[in-house]
Design a protein around this ligand. Structure first.
Ligand code: 6PG
Length: 254
């Protein structure tokens, strides 16, 4: 069963600190237990301050980075040095500042045609499966949420049949003028994660967050509800602006 925890912070700086501490602990535990940690990172603006924090002491030195395998939950189909590249963002904010081994960076090749980038990523995932899993069983999956309820590149309105068959798919979706051609991991992979961390900030997400957390099950219109790891934890790190309606409704129901 999915274990859920929701943590609310008064500032996004406190939220980033708490998420960094959680990640440091989970990575260290994974490396101690299994000799490596597998981490899937997110795009969007919310995680940037977290990446910058992880790139500085103490996290820069205490996390066993040389045992971490990096994946991405999704990628926009642009070259790696494009300002909208999710890989490029993580490279600049984090990877360039830590002792990471090149062969452990499993990026989605955004400069390929979307279908080719998805096939290439499927191959990478298959080559890195764990004993009991055809794809990596991620120790940590970092996700964001859009004001429309999307997460990674799983968008509302319909469920792509590929989500139930393939570990990664190509999708097209418009959101805030960001690149529309994308490749995303699917719930098949997300839902075997050991720890899923959602980072959500800002008042524009308050309504959808409240519905996603406590509303009726409607995974077509609220893709975040498609994320339910069978045997893992989902930890929500949210700021007080995003939590406004969720907290009001929780208090009203007390
Ligand atoms: C992407 C994402 C996407 C993102 C949300 C939230 O590449 O666009 O991975 O799912 O996390 O859109 O974005 P913000 O953090 O900018 O609100």
């Amino acid at each position: 069963m999915t274990e859920r925890a929701v943590h609310v912070f008064s500032s996004s700086a406190d939220l980033a600190q708490a998420a960094a501490a959680y990640i440091a602990e989970a990575v260290t535990q994974a490396v101690q237990s299994r000799g490596k940690a597998t981490v899937a990172l997110s795009g969007g603006s919310t995680p940037v301050s977290l990446y910058q924090l992880l790139a500085r002491p103490p996290y820069q030195t205490v996390i066993p980075w040389d045992a971490v395998h990096f994946y991405w939950g999704d990628e926009r189909c642009v070259p790696p040095d494009h300002p909208e590249s999710n890989f490029g963002q993580v490279k600049q904010a984090l990877l360039d500042h830590i002792p990471v081994q090149e062969e452990r960076i499993h990026r989605i090749i955004g400069e390929l045609e979307p279908a080719d980038a998805a096939s290439n990523y499927i191959r990478t995932l298959s080559e890195n499966g764990d004993n009991d899993n055809p794809w990596p069983r991620l120790d940590i999956t970092l996700l964001g949420m859009g004001a429309d309820g999307h997460t990674a590149s799983l968008f509302p309105g319909s469920i792509n049949p590929g989500e139930k068959i393939f570990p990664a798919i190509a999708v097209t979706a418009n959101y805030m003028g960001r690149p529309a051609s994308r490749v995303t991991l699917t719930p098949l992979v997300f839902n075997t994660s050991r720890n899923i961390i959602f980072l959500v900030t800002g008042q524009d997400k308050a309504q959808v967050l409240s519905t996603a957390l406590d509303g009726p099950h409607n995974p077509v219109n609220f893709p975040v509800q498609r994320i339910q790891p069978a045997d893992g934890k989902v930890i929500w790190f949210i700021d007080s602006m995003a939590a406004k309606i969720f907290m009001k409704e929780s208090n009203d129901n007390d």
